[in-house]
Structure formats: C-alpha cells, structure tokens
Design a protein around this ligand. Structure first.
Ligand SMILES: Cc1ncc(C[n+]2csc(CCOP(=O)(O)OP(=O)(O)O)c2C)c(N)n1
Length: 188
C-alpha cells in the first residue's frame, strides 16, 4: 500500500507486518526528502516511526485521543493522518505546520510547541471524558527530555491522585533531547 493512500490512521488496522514495515520505510523516505528541502526536525520523527505505527494500528483514532509532547516528532503522525499530499509544504506559509496544530487536523487534539504539556493535557481530556460518561482512550506520548519539565512532573503527581482515571502515558526514552549533540551536551 502506498503511503499516499492512507488518509485515515485506522487503515493500518488491517495491514500485515510486511505491509506495516513497508509503510515505515515510506514514512522515513518522505520524512527525509521533505526535511532536506523544507528544514525542520529530523531525528525525533525518525525515532518514532515504529512507535506511531504500532500505536495507530492498535488504537481507534475515530475515538481515542493522542497527545504528542512538544510536537517536534509528529511528522510520522501527520503522514498517517491525511497530510501526505501536502507534506511538501511543511513549515511554509499556509502549509503544514512544524508542530501539532489544532484546526489542521481532527487528529491533532492539542497544539504543542512547548515541552512537557502532554500528560497534563491528556489527563484533562481523560477527566472530561469520565465526567461526561464517555469511553475512549487518552494517550500522552512524552520524551525523556520533556519528562524533566515541571509541568510533566506536576501532571504525574496529579494523575497519581486519580487512580480511577484511565490514562496511558508512553515514554519515548531515547536519551536524545532533539539531537544526539544536545543529548551529549546535557550529559556532560
Ligand atoms: C518549555 C520548553 N522548554 C524547552 C523547549 C525546547 N525543547 C524542544 S524539544 C526539547 C527536548 C525534547 O526532548 P525529548 O522530549 O526527549 O524528545 P526527543 O527530541 O528525544 O524526541 C526541548 C528542551 C521547549 N520546546 N519547551
């Protein structure tokens, strides 16, 4: 299946492992080609290709709500949620935004650019869901760099006091913090 044919992430549900691997290869190719001309974040998106596919193959994105932290790693998400055909406008005026953007897609549930906000946002969505008696999953995906932010720690503290609120947090523990260079810098 060509990536351009995937206009809704739920289309991943019926694919075989070999087809999913091929989708991953196509995402990497498009990601590299686009960032080479438009600029943007390269490593963070490349590092979550399989993570994004695995999640979206399992979740029902007509119902479930995913919140990406910072948003600089959301290019695979954008390529799987109907933005393949205009992806070459990445970071251009009126083009695809470099981060998650409310209004750009019904699959962008929270606009992000600042780090460390995803757990708090997803927890709020989960609490609202429960208050309304609804039933779907709320998922935050956060990197180990963003997890060091105070707002993320406050949200974890808050979530710890909400044992009956179902919230999924995925930690992308890649020890990078955008790039290996800055990761090395932080480690010294
Ligand atoms: C509040 C805030 N501080 C700093 C930044 C700059 N910044 C952008 S991404 C990032 C680190 C992200 O690291 P991580 O969450 O581990 O993601 P990775 O790049 O490894 O995928 C930082 C510090 C920001 N976006 N927001």
């Amino acid at each position: 299946m060509h990536l351009s044919e995937i206009t809704h992430p739920n289309q991943l549900h019926g694919l075989t492992l070999r087809q999913l691997e091929d989708v991953a290869r196509q995402i990497r190719e498009k990601h590299l080609q686009t960032v080479a001309t438009s600029g943007g974040h390269l490593g963070p998106g490349l590092g979550v290709v399989e993570l994004t596919i695995a999640l979206y193959q399992t979740l029902d994105l007509d119902r479930d709500q995913v919140v990406w932290d910072v948003g600089h790693q959301a290019y695979p998400h954008k390529l799987l949620t109907g933005r393949y055909n205009k992806f070459n406008t990445l970071r251009q005026k009126d083009g695809v935004a470099g981060y998650l953007k409310l209004g750009e897609s019904k699959f962008d549930h929270f606009g992000a650019g600042h780090a460390s906000t995803s757990i708090s946002a997803a927890l709020g969505m989960a609490m609202a869901r429960d208050a309304k008696g609804e039933d779907f999953k709320c998922v935050a995906i956060i990197g180990d760099g963003a997890l060091t932010g105070g707002m993320a720690l406050e949200a974890i503290n808050h979530a710890g006091h909400m044992p009956n609120t179902n919230l999924m947090v995925v930690l992308n523990d890649n020890e990078m913090s955008i790039s290996l260079m800055s990761g090395q810098f932080l480690a010294t």
